[in-house]
Design a protein around this ligand. Structure first.
Ligand SMILES: [Zn+2]
Length: 304
């Protein structure tokens, strides 16, 4: 009897494994459109949280997602910051899957507030991952394929701190969204959180923070390999504070797809070198296609 039950469990696992390996053709990611979106996002100018440009950009993100046939929800909230009381907004875009359990794909869209006189486009830090998320939504909606898991694309506001990262500065949007998951008792339905950040560097080297979930990393490496892009993905030797952290603290498996080697010694990060000249459509393609492959391979063994 024990062997029989064991076999049943094996069969169930095979069934779930089989769902993912069923050869669904993963659609192509259009990097040229992603690049057009990135240029449009940069055209809003400096767009740190609480600014008029930030809100205009948020409206553009929601409008664009709707034009791709997706349903959007804006979550507005206010927080006291070192700049005073500011208005923030997260944009959530849901693509219903076969299961109500969901996977979050997130990117921050705000840009770092820089001192007067420094020209800062945030082409990589802010715009690149936001453009990739929008293009992912477009590609999945246009494919007509229903994903296995419900996909919640979330555009986070206020990732950047104003003074220094701490309990009351930085990660405003992701902390707010994670708090809502807890309030609505949705944590157990959230199977994974995939964050994209700084993914447009023309010299692409993805540096997954070492505390990213090992299974998700393995799945990402395999997903990237399917398009011949495995070599662009590696680990950072350390952990990193980014939008994945509030979810990791809740026990949800997280991965932060970030290139934290932007320019020599990461010197382009939070500098005027973070501009369109240092971005390439090819890098957007590598990230967009690898993430699409990953989303189409997601197939966690049923737990809840
Ligand atoms: Zn930043």
């Amino acid at each position: 009897m024990r062997n029989f039950i064991f076999c049943l469990i094996c069969l169930e696992m095979l069934f779930f494994a089989g769902c993912g390996s069923k050869e669904i053709k993963v659609p192509d990611f259009d990097e040229q459109n992603a690049m057009r979106l990135l240029i449009k996002l940069v055209s809003f100018g400096p767009r740190s949280a609480g600014t008029a440009a930030n809100l205009r950009q948020a409206e553009f993100i929601a409008k664009t997602a709707r034009s791709y046939g997706a349903v959007t929800t804006s979550h507005k909230f206010k927080r006291m910051t070192t700049e005073g009381l500011l208005q923030f907004v997260n944009i959530e875009v849901v693509i219903p899957g076969k299961r109500k359990n969901f996977v979050i794909v997130g990117s921050h869209f705000d840009t770092k507030k820089m001192p007067e006189g420094i020209e800062f486009e945030g082409a990589n830090d802010g715009a690149s991952s936001t453009a990739v998320l929008l293009e992912l939504i477009k590609t999945i909606k246009a494919s007509g394929i229903q994903p296995e898991y419900t996909l919640k694309f979330v555009f986070f506001d206020g990732e950047e701190c104003f003074n220094e990262y701490g309990a009351n500065d930085g990660l405003f949007g992701s902390k707010h969204y994670a708090g809502q998951l807890k309030e609505k008792k949705l944590i157990s339905q959230c199977r994974a959180v995939i964050i994209l950040d700084m993914v447009g560097d023309k010299d692409l080297n993805i540096t997954l923070p070492i505390d990213s979930d090992k299974q998700l990393c393995k799945m990402l490496f395999e997903a990237a390999g399917k398009s011949g892009n495995r070599k662009y993905f590696d680990y950072l030797p350390t952990a990193l504070l980014d939008d994945h952290i509030p979810f990791k603290e809740m026990g949800i498996p997280v991965i932060d797809i970030i290139d934290f080697e932007f320019g020599p010694g990461n010197s382009f990060w939070h500098s005027s070198e973070d501009n369109i000249k240092n971005i390439s459509a090819k890098s957007l393609k590598i990230i967009g296609q690898s993430t699409l492959n990953l989303l189409f391979s997601l197939n966690f063994v049923k737990k809840t």
